[in-house]
Design a protein around this ligand. Structure first.
Ligand SMILES: [Zn+2]
Length: 468
């Protein structure tokens, strides 16, 4: 496919930021073909070595949420790529091409951080460093991405051989254990967010860096909050800069109360939730607060939960998760799915109503006004969830369909809010803070908050930031 065709494809993308100049060509047929980067042809990474200080070069994830990839390099020539994700839009959106990398750190298993790792392993033979849980979940995440892209006819930048290479490329590290990359010593810390998610402490001869990845300092049902780490340069995610979360416990109670109301009026509460994190949180919350409910759990989250339970040391309260898991009814077959229509609560994917079993359920349940859809978090622009909130309609089997049910939104986010981010940054007492994984407005809010106490950097994709 020509560069011109790729631009047309990009224009059709539903996502906002299309500024990353990724040049991709296509092997043969667009529908089943594989898109690949032309290695070395399209990277924005500079060829000259770093003379002084530490260079941060964002391939993606600067000035935007997700789609993360950042090369960090110092004058010794040691370099590491932090995450390499893709945005699962239609078509998928990629960070700009990575230069030749021997090592990448993958902070957690969400697709906007892990999605392009197969390309790295397949094309560069890159070693992938991550927690055991991230490594164990990667196969489920990559195979699902591959399957979805085949169904939707949007080719990925990597193929099945790359996926196999990536599965063999993992080097797992326990929290707190030191490991080396070139002249640097690295250490993982708990990031909150989801089980297995890490913050990375990077000790270089020019200074100590903390890369937070997606993080939360608040405890959630399945993972403990992140603790500050003193550093010279803090690379801080800023998704919720300028936004304040409600009290977590109160919000959980508001959610449970709403579920109980819906059930009391004879309805089914449909809870769309991400496969990795939110769904399991919802199961835990309901199990603790209302064990008399009949809760069915459907979608990819069931396989993810199984992997979580095989790694109990990375869960906050593994025994409680195990109990909640045994309590809920997992949907395994078509007949299970039909039975779930009589449940009190159905927890299922996708979290933003962009496909998955949740569409099937809503299509069956949308005619009885006793039923309700309870959203557990933010619904991105262009997502089915956003359309439902704004227009009370949803694309069902390709048809824009009215859904007249109650829709209530809750804020059970696993990202730190503004207050938590500011407190965390202060407690790390860095000289510099680099704000990434944030749109412009949230980044500005954090810059305003922290600017008098540390030097704030708001990087741009494709441009190097050198901190001396
Ligand atoms: Zn994440």
């Amino acid at each position: 496919m020509s560069w011109f065709h790729w631009k047309i494809l990009k224009r059709r993308s539903s996502s906002g930021n299309q500024g990353v100049p990724v040049r991709i060509y296509h092997e043969q047929h667009r529908r089943q073909g594989t898109m690949i980067y032309r290695a070395g042809r399209t990277t924005t990474y500079p060829e000259e070595p770093v003379e002084e200080g530490i260079r941060f070069h964002f391939l993606g994830g600067a000035g935007e949420v997700g789609n993360v990839g950042c090369v960090i390099e110092d004058p010794t020539g040691t370099k590491v790529l932090m995450d390499y994700g893709l945005a699962p839009t239609k078509p998928p959106k990629y960070p700009s091409e990575a230069p030749l990398m021997d090592h990448a750190v993958i902070t957690h298993s969400h697709i906007d951080h892990i999605g392009m790792a197969p390309w790295l392993a397949g094309h560069h033979g890159t070693t992938l460093h991550g927690s055991r849980l991230t490594s164990n979940l990667s196969e489920i995440m990559w195979r699902d991405t591959y399957k979805v892209s085949s169904i939707e006819g949007y080719p990925l930048a990597w193929d099945k051989r790359d996926l196999d290479a990536a599965l063999g490329a993992w080097q797992e590290h326990d929290m707190g254990d030191q490991f080396s990359i070139g002249n640097w010593d690295l250490k993982f810390h708990i990031a909150g967010h989801i089980p297995g998610a890490v913050m990375t402490e990077i000790n270089t001869p020019s200074g100590k860096i903390l890369w937070t990845g997606d993080m939360d300092t608040r405890d959630s049902p399945n993972v403990s909050g992140a603790k500050p780490v003193e550093c010279d340069i803090l690379c801080l995610e800023g998704t919720y800069g300028g936004k304040y979360h409600p009290d977590r416990k109160e919000e959980e109670q508001r959610f449970v109360d709403r579920v109980l109301d819906v059930v009391a009026r004879g309805g089914v509460a449909v809870v769309p939730a991400f496969a990795s994190g939110r769904g399991q949180d919802v199961i835990r919350i309901l199990h603790e607060a209302a064990p008399e409910l009949e809760v069915h759990y459907d979608g990819m989250g069931t396989r993810v939960s199984q992997v979580w339970l095989e790694n109990p040391d990375l869960l906050r309260e593994p025994r409680k998760m195990r109990k909640a898991w045994n309590w809920c009814r997992r949907v395994r077959s078509k007949s299970d799915r039909k039975k779930a229509l009589d449940a009190d609560v159905i927890v299922t994917t996708s979290g933003m109503l962009d496909g998955g079993p949740v569409i099937w359920y809503i299509n069956r349940l949308r005619h009885d006004p006793a039923n309700a859809i309870l959203l557990t978090g933010y619904q991105a622009e262009g997502s089915g969830g956003r359309m439902l909130l704004e227009h009370r309609r949803l694309p069902i089997w390709g048809k824009n369909t009215p859904v007249e049910l109650e829709v209530t939104q809750f804020s059970l986010s696993n990202h730190a809010g503004h207050a938590e981010l500011a407190k965390f940054a202060r407690e790390c007492s860095p000289k510099h803070v680099v704000l990434f994984h944030a749109d412009a407005e949230p980044a500005m809010a954090l810059a305003e908050e922290l600017g008098s106490e540390m030097k704030v950097h708001i990087p741009e994709n494709g441009k190097s930031l050198i901190i001396r």
